[in-house]
Structure formats: C-alpha cells, structure tokens
Design a protein around this ligand. Structure first.
Ligand SMILES: [Zn+2]
Length: 351
C-alpha cells in the first residue's frame, strides 16, 4: 500500500517533474556544449507500422513495413549532467493523430544484422498486461552484454537486461527483441518511473497509452547510448499521460565503451573486475559468471512483481502483497537483481 501511494504521488507530480526536467535541460544545455558536440549526430529512425505512407526525407527503406518515421537527433540532447532523463521535443511524443488507437497491440523490431534491438511500440491496454508471474530472463544475451560488477552500483551488476517495454506493461519477458544491455541507472532511475506511471494509469482507468521505446545506438556501437521513451494517453488525447524523454544509458562513477560494452570505474577502488587480469573471464559467459558470487549472503526475498518492489521475507509489508503478485527468490541480492531487471528495494526493510 505504501509503495502504491508513492506511485500515485509520482503520477500526481509528474507535471511538476516534467517542468523540472525542462528546466534542468535548459540549464544543462548552457554548460555542456563541448561534450554535446562530441556526440554523433546519428539519426535514429522511429519506425513503426501504420497505414500512412511517410513522405519524410530520411525514410530509408528497411525490411520492416515502416511507413511512418520520425527523426530524433541525438546531437540535440545535452550531454549527461546528473539527471537520468531529459525532455525531448518539448516533452511531446512524435506520434501523429492517426497513430492513436484504442485497440491494444505490441510490436517489436527484428534484431538488426549486429544483433541489436530496434523500436518497440505498443498501445498498452489492460487486456495485454501480464497475468502470469514473471520468469527468468538470464538466458537472453543482448548486444554488448557483459557481466560486470562494481562496488558502487546498486546490486553490484553494472548491466541489467533492460526491457524496452517493461514487463509490467505487455508481459513480454525473455523476448530478445525487447531486451537491451542497459545500466542499472538507466533501468531504475531512467525508465522505471515512466513505466510505473503508464502501468498505474492503465490499471486504474482501463484506458490506453500509446507507448514507444527506441534504443539509440550510435554508429556500430553494440550498447545503446540511451533510449527515447514516448507515451500518450489515448482516450483523453494526452491530458493524463504525455511524455517524450531521452534516458541516458550511463552509470554514475563508471565509464562505458559503447562500442563493445567494456567499462571501468572512474575510481578504481570500486572496480570488482580486476581480481585477475584475464579479461575473458568476465566476458560473455552469460550465466556461468553470475553464479560465482561470494560477496553476498543468501537470503529469501519476496518480490511484488506488480510493483517491482522486493522485500526480505521477514518484512511486514509482505503480508499485504496479493498472492498472484508475489514471487519468492532465494539467493544473493546480486543474483536477485540480475534475474529481475526492474526491482527496487522496499524502503521499510531495506533488503
Ligand atoms: Zn519490505
């Protein structure tokens, strides 16, 4: 109940947050011009199917039946300066009116020839929200994936398998077209507030939100620089939900090589990966390296898969979770956070 109220207040104050985002963006825009210029002006194509033929200039043909495309120019986004996301296009999504529909759907792009995800697009309605408990996603290895740990990252793991469209919205879990290599920070601080806002709105109103998440890859990079998130409530034409934000795929204190997923701590004392110098040990073994935790004690955790909040099994709040939303996990905290991409700790029991 407590968590639910927090979400409510996120929603209620979203307009305020949006204003703060805009202010922050303007402020950041003043002082970051040199870093900003270093960003490629790589264009990202938002492609999705609709029945309107596009006449836009950058409409290169793809294998998809892309018919409407909007250009998002990464060079217009200020360099990261301490805020997890910034508003884009005055916080207004690039949807056109003809995109608005009250029929739920979800659509994921095929991986490109480098194994990278593309646009994920949905009209989120209650009818496509998950009704089953979430399963493991540890078998999916998104482009640029590396199992890498740092002391100064919540849960230790730098990267999460990060859903483009959050599990709570469409129930797509281990779909490799919906999972990218994203930092913990992107996952929790960048994307989750918007996912929760949309999920709460749809659940409470039984109405629809048009929702599109575009991973932004620069050049041939295997790790996305960030994701563009667009959302608009359909039935009231955006009066309740309206956002267009760029979330940075960064982790404070860590430098990331977006070409291949390599990383290093800005302060080397936080780097847990250098216990030996064999780089291949930390790479690409997907699950093998995840079971070698020795730095955490095994506990039993209770996860509310509806809200994404996790508890120790001794927490009083556990009794208030509906059985259908409850999932039990026994293991180290790092394993827990690796298995489930969008978890946040309960503020009561500090698991
Ligand atoms: Zn708790």
């Amino acid at each position: 109940m407590k968590q639910f109220n927090i979400f409510k207040s996120i929603k209620t104050h979203f307009a305020f947050i949006a204003i703060m985002v805009l202010l922050t963006m303007q402020f950041a825009g003043c002082g970051s011009s040199s870093a900003e210029k270093n960003l490629n002006s790589q264009k990202a194509k938002n492609s999705e199917s609709s029945n309107v033929a596009s006449t836009e200039k950058n409409n290169t043909s793809t294998s998809e039946s892309s018919s409407s495309s909007t250009d998002f120019d990464l060079s217009s986004v200020p360099a990261y300066s301490g805020t997890a996301y910034v508003a884009v296009n005055n916080n207004t999504p690039y949807f056109s009116n003809s995109d608005l529909t009250t029929k739920s759907f979800e659509k994921y792009s095929d991986l490109d020839n480098m194994g990278r995800c593309g646009v994920a697009y949905a009209c989120v309605g209650k009818d496509i929200m998950p009704t089953e408990k979430r399963g493991p996603i540890g078998m999916v290895k998104p482009s640029g994936w590396k199992t890498t740990k740092y002391d100064n990252v919540d849960g230790k793991y730098l990267y999460n398998r990060c859903h483009l469209i959050g599990y709570q919205l469409t129930g797509e879990n281990a779909n490799d077209k919906n999972l990218i290599t994203g930092t913990r920070y992107l996952n929790v601080d960048g994307m989750l507030p918007f996912e929760n806002m949309v999920a709460d709105y749809v659940k409470e109103t039984n109405k629809h939100v048009l929702y599109r998440v575009t991973p932004i890859f620069e050049g041939n990079n295997l790790v996305a620089s960030g994701v563009l998130m667009e959302g608009k409530s359909v039935e009231d034409n955006g009066a309740s939900i309206l956002f267009n934000v760029y979330c940075y795929n960064v982790q404070p204190g860590i430098s990331i090589n977006y070409a291949n997923g390599d990383s290093k701590a800005n302060d080397s004392s936080n780097d847990l990966n250098n216990s030996n110098n064999d780089v291949t040990k930390q790479n690409d073994s997907t699950n093998a390296s995840e079971s070698s935790n020795d730095d955490n004690v095994v506990h039993t955790y209770v996860i509310n898969i509806n809200t994404g909040v996790y508890h120790r099994d001794t927490c009083d709040s556990v009794n208030q979770i509906k059985d259908s939303n409850k999932e039990i996990f026994t293991g180290t905290k790092a394993q827990l956070l690796e298995k489930y991409a969008n978890l946040r700790p309960c503020k009561n029991c500090n698991p």
